[in-house]
Ligand binder design. Structure first.
Ligand SMILES: [Zn+2]
Length: 345
């Protein structure tokens, strides 16, 4: 996927100088009332919160007040709990820290030192061990391996992230009709991990129509390809199982029963099972189009605000000729014949 620096809506990364403690809401668009209309891809506001060990919560009320100045009324009861539960669970917050860029760079430095030392100590067994040419070769080999690791990480960053992007699907589904999409990014300030929740304006009516027609066309002429693509858009879910049902209805589970008696802790642990759940269900084309936009809305917003969107040759529903709109991204990289380089499983 070819990437180059692209538009940064309304100077989105400009005024990100929030206080280092607690949350802060920043309006990154121009103030309303200046005769300007909202345009697709315009960042309305960003909520920032320090990713600490203590329980945290977004002050979504502050963001809602910001959006009201743009004339946008968000349904608090429909999206608040969905957004917070998607991002603020301890497991998700730990994942964000361990997958942040500074953490990976620190890992790359450690990796380089260990690889260099290992190759050098191995080379001592050969004649070129103490020669400067030997040291140079060792360094080049270590640098090459480290660069490969960094490139793998950069590629990983451009994939849809099941643990952050796709978890916003339910919240984005609730916000579609209000012309707002949520996306999440993370950064590090000093030694503090910071989560950023982006509220971006998008009127997706035209994207829904395009995708709806595209899905209808695929259902007619490329149904197997459509099924194949949609089957890859799934997540692994862990769900609780009733012990009674497990005994009566699922004999397979008996094979997984431990031979040794359970300890006091394991007796309290609920019985869990994992299942593969498809995120896009077979429905009317318009419904499927909305599902696709909701599922990949968070992914699109993350790429948009970090200038990682692939360059487009002519856009459909955004003002910038180089920035693809969500339906273009979904058509090219999720439903297209050359899919699914951008998908994460
Ligand atoms: Zn579109």
């Amino acid at each position: 996927m070819a990437c180059e620096p692209q538009i940064n809506p309304s100077g989105a990364t400009g005024p990100l100088s929030a206080s280092s403690t607690g949350w802060n809401a920043l309006s990154v668009g121009s103030p309303p009332g200046w005769g300007q209309e909202l345009h697709n891809g315009q960042v309305l506001t960003v909520l920032r919160i320090d990713n600490t060990c203590t329980p945290i919560s977004f002050d979504l009320g502050a963001a809602e007040e910001q959006l009201q100045t743009w004339g946008i009324q968000l349904p608090a009861d429909q999206y608040r709990s969905l957004a917070e539960s998607a991002l603020l669970e301890p497991q998700v917050r730990r994942y964000i820290i361990y997958n942040s860029r500074p953490m990976w760079l620190a890992f790359a430095v450690v990796f380089y030192v260990v690889v260099w030392a290992n190759i050098y100590s191995t080379s001592q067994m050969f004649a070129l061990g103490h020669h400067w040419v030997g040291v140079l070769l060792v360094t080049l080999a270590a640098v090459s391996l480290t660069l490969t690791l960094v490139l793998i990480f950069e590629r990983h960053q451009r994939k849809a992230n099941t643990n952050t992007d796709l978890r916003l699907a339910a919240a984005n589904r609730a916000l579609l009709r209000h012309r707002v999409l949520l996306g999440v990014t993370d950064t590090v300030e000093g030694c503090q991990s910071v989560i950023q929740l982006w509220f971006v304006y998008f009127d997706l009516e035209n994207c829904v129509h395009f995708l709806s027609d595209h899905v209808q066309e695929m259902k007619t002429s490329q149904e197997s390809l459509l099924r194949s693509r949609l089957s890859q858009i799934c997540v692994v879910m862990e769900t609780g199982v009733s012990p009674t049902l497990a005994v009566e209805g699922h004999e397979d589970l008996l094979e997984e029963t431990p031979l040794l008696p359970d300890g006091p802790q394991s007796q309290e642990r609920p019985l869990m099972q994992t299942e593969l759940r498809q995120l896009i269900s077979d429905a009317e084309p318009e419904e499927m189009a909305q599902q696709l936009l909701a599922v990949f809305g968070g992914y699109y917003i993350r790429l948009l605000v970090t200038s990682q969107l692939p360059q487009a040759t002519g856009t459909r529903h955004t003002d910038s000729p180089r920035v693809p709109c969500p339906c273009q991204l979904i058509e090219a990289h999720i439903l297209g014949t050359e899919c699914c380089s951008s998908l994460g499983r």
